[in-house]
Design a protein around this ligand. Structure first.
Ligand SMILES: [Zn+2]
Length: 276
């Protein structure tokens, strides 16, 4: 029974100066590959599903599989709704037993984002779950929808965290969802400003392709949760394509193993602790 709360995992990561890998999943192979990577490295992880991706597998089907894998894992596993947008889906995740939900109001005016995030954070806390909020804009949503990027303002982040009561705060410091066209320019000065003003553990979305050095600097700068979605999806898709043919189970095995390797590579970088 290793289903764990988000806050506990992030507080432990803070004490050990590392970050927890949060892996987005959309199939049984991805779920199992990520949990195997966590067990192999004896590290806690977070399994996530983003609302925008539920068109592939609905939460009613994917959620119980995530929770089942977490409960059976030999390491602590938190299960989170990523980029929750609607009350219906956020409520469904909490009803199911997800240990945290993210409400993404980053495209709303500040006051509206605060009010909505507070509403969902209170809802999560009343059920014994945790909540993540987001302030600033990554420029593109988890489902690929476009917007204008804008770095998080440190003063606003402190205000947002205090007024919403979130347990984790996603920030925009030059990170982006999807694939980086070139080397990303992370604003570590802004990250330092946020960390200095904000007591809440910080989250880096758009971890895929950021690279080892940036991950280490982010962790030194106060990032405690790093979201990896695209790398997981690509590992699965490429492994299936490489097998080819018509043997579904050979593809499934290859996909699970490729996801395990990808997740493990990230966990080892995020979990190096004192060397950071
Ligand atoms: Zn994200």
């Amino acid at each position: 029974m290793a289903l764990s709360g988000l806050k506990t995992l992030l507080e432990e990561a803070r004490r050990q100066n590392r970050a927890v890998g949060a892996f987005n999943v959309a199939s049984a192979e991805m779920i199992l590959g990520c949990v195997e990577a966590a067990e192999e490295t004896s590290a806690p992880i977070i399994l996530q599903a983003a609302e925008a991706r539920l068109s592939a597998v609905p939460l009613e089907v994917l959620g119980p599989a995530m929770l089942g894998a977490a409960r059976a894992a030999r390491v602590p596993v938190a299960v989170q709704l990523d980029h929750g947008k609607t009350e219906k889906v956020i409520r469904m995740a909490l009803d199911m037993g997800f240990t945290s939900v993210m409400f993404d109001g980053s495209d709303l005016p500040m006051e509206e984002n605060i009010a909505m995030t507070r509403y969902f954070a209170d809802m999560a806390h009343a059920r014994g779950a945790c909540a993540e909020g987001e302030i600033g804009s990554l420029g593109a949503g988890e489902g690929g929808e476009k917007g204008a990027p804008a770095c998080t303002d440190p003063e606003e982040a402190a205000l947002f965290a205090a007024r919403t009561g979130v347990d984790a705060l996603a920030v925009a410091i030059g990170n982006a969802h999807g694939i980086y066209a070139g080397a990303p320019d992370f604003r570590f000065d802004i990250l330092a400003g946020i960390t200095a003003r904000c007591g809440v553990p910080l989250v880096l979305h758009g971890g895929t392709g950021a690279g080892e050095e940036r991950f280490r600097r982010c962790i030194r700068g106060g990032i405690r949760k790093i979201n990896i979605a695209t790398a997981v999806f690509m590992a699965d898709a490429k492994a299936r394509a490489a097998v080819g043919g018509a043997d579904y189970f050979a593809m499934s095995r290859a996909a699970r193993e490729a996801v395990r390797r990808t997740a493990e590579d990230h966990i080892r970088v995020f979990g190096i602790g004192k060397e950071c």
